[in-house]
Design a binder for this molecule. Structure first.
Ligand code: 48F
Length: 256
């Protein structure tokens, strides 16, 4: 019966995909541009990487350009990355380029999965796993379960490194800070304690802030900038792409 075979095809391959990803090199929380770029370069380097996004359609804030004007502006420093993803672009100003946001977002997603990364959509990461005070995995649940407030336990996915790519909310950094009694720059205007999450400074907070911010936890994209208390930025995406590549390079150096 074709009906049964279709269902079997979906269920059996989905669960083997999930099982293959219970033990990762890198778990990426959030499927925005910075996280997707990281997923691509990590997978290309041969690492086992999975990305979790709470939405049905990963891509974060990239689909909508700015104010739903679906154009993306990037700085010239990011153009090499744009070329790696085969995205069409045109010169707009001396140092600025524009691309179509739908083409750009779908190219990032396609290339990341094609390179070997697995993207799990509709997954919310609600916590991290600690082993000997090192971030060693993520705790995931279905987004609809959390939205409905259903009393359903999550599952654990172990990873050698976790990336916080959750955008402005920097959710994993906040979780790690809360569990360790650390205050973030965003909460207090300063950071306390030897084990503080770093304050970011410099001209390009996104790229400068892309780092291992706590043992096992890396931060990229707007999450890196937000942790420092930097105000919300304008819609220029080159920093997100560069941040994603930088975090991948840091992890490749550590794990390879
Ligand atoms: O915000 P987002 O696009 O992250 P980004 O890579 O890029 C920022 C830009 O889009 C833009 C900007 C450009 O100048 O400032 O804002 O830093 O995407 C973050 C993604 O993370 C998902 C969320 O659904 C979104 O797609 N996300 C957030 N928290 C969680 C999560 C969570 N706890 N679990 C799973 N996904």
């Amino acid at each position: 019966m074709i009906e049964k075979k279709v269902s079997q095809g979906i269920i059996s391959t989905y669960f083997s995909k999930l099982e293959r990803n219970l033990d990762l090199d890198v778990a990426i929380v959030g499927g925005g541009p910075s996280g997707i770029v990281a997923a691509y370069y990590l997978a290309k380097a041969g690492l086992k990487v999975a990305q979790f996004d709470r939405k049905l359609s990963p891509g974060g804030g990239m689909w909508g350009g700015a104010m739903m004007f679906n154009q993306i502006v990037v700085q010239k420093e990011a153009i090499e990355i744009v070329k790696d993803f085969d995205i069409n672009f045109e010169s707009y100003d001396e140092d600025l380029f524009v691309m179509d946001s739908v083409e750009s977002t779908s190219a990032l997603l396609y290339k990341a999965v094609h390179a070997g990364a697995t993207i799990f959509n509709c997954y919310s990461v609600e916590d991290v796993v600690f082993k000997d005070n090192v971030v060693s995995g993520v705790v995931v649940n279905w987004t609809p379960v959390l939205r409905e407030g259903m009393h359903v336990d999550p599952i654990n996915i172990m990873a050698k490194c976790v990336i916080d790519g959750t955008g402005h909310d920097s959710e994993m950094c906040k979780t790690v800070a809360r569990k360790n009694g650390i205050r973030l720059a965003t909460d207090t205007g300063d950071v306390i304690g030897e084990r503080s999450l770093d304050v970011v400074s410099g001209e390009n907070e996104v790229v400068n802030g892309t780092k291992e911010i706590y043992p096992g936890l890396y931060v990229c994209g707007m999450a890196a900038s937000a942790v420092s208390g930097t105000p919300r930025m304008g819609p220029i995406f080159g920093g997100m792409l560069m941040s994603g590549k930088k975090v991948a390079e840091l992890i490749i150096k550590k794990l390879k």
